[in-house]
Design a protein. Sequence first.
Length: 352
Amino acid sequence: MPSLALPIATHRGGETPRRRNSLLCAFVSLCVGYRRRLECAAIGIGAALVLMTTTNGQQQAQPLPPEAPFTVAVATSTLEAAPVYVAVARSGSSNFRFINGGVRSLLNGGAHGATNAETQMLLAIDANPKIRMLFTLTDGLYRIVAKRSSGIRTLADLKGKRIVAPRNTSAHYSLVRLLATAGLQESDVTLVSAPATEMALSLIRGEADAISMWEPESQNAVDSLGNDAVIFSGKGIYREGFSFYSSTDVLNDPRRRKELVAFVRAVFAAADAIKARPAEFFPLMSRVTKHPVDQIARSWEHHAFPLVIPSDMLDVVTEEEKWIAKGQNRAPKTRAQLQTYFDPSIAEEARR
């Protein structure tokens, strides 16, 4: 918050009446402007609270007006959504736009498309069975980064340790899967919470012994720990299926379906460009996500872009659904039930 006293305090002594009056006018103007910013901030906070309520599933999302441009809900801190950012930048906001959100924003027409890890789809489909996974946009190649100085050399050494991870996310599930390969359960470790941009710092400050998180925070942990870092790759065990979703309402609406196909085609073209020349798009990603360009560059190798529903995705979500259902205190959906949430038709149309 800026100091309102600063403009006058720095000019004390020897001011003329005209100078004092000028400073007073400037001060009043600053106060009025600052009040307006506070009022705008209050409006923004109110909107954010509505969004938070919606994403937590307590209320239905407000439907978009019929004239709204094709709108995609995406967590705007995620590097995985880079093809969406590039597609919108290339196509123009009058045709397509993105808003901060995720798959829950599809509830009641709060968005026409959305991105999220498959974990969030599984968490949301009870409240919104109209959700459909269209294709996996990005593979998040996860890892656990641990501190050697905490006595960690192998995954088994994580027993009894403090691990920072965002709960009920793909990073949380990745941790569970990697622990299982060492015969450990989630209850064998202590989960630690920290803001998304301070997880690496929690290791440096001694508040945790390891981190399970998406990029660039995992790479930030590696860079911060230096030679003290021990890395456990999730390769062959778990990868985040950061996917693109829509709803049956959109799929069955001729106008919106046409827009959806056009947007997916733009996303595919953007992904191809990013794969060929990633550094060209780092500044755009930085402006959207607020991650510095150098952080993006160092962590970029931990992403891949399949742009299909992977052949093993049904296997992945069938197994993951057991973990999700346990957390939601319900019976897991069957493999056949989960298959109904996949719809590859839009991706197929976009490629024609």
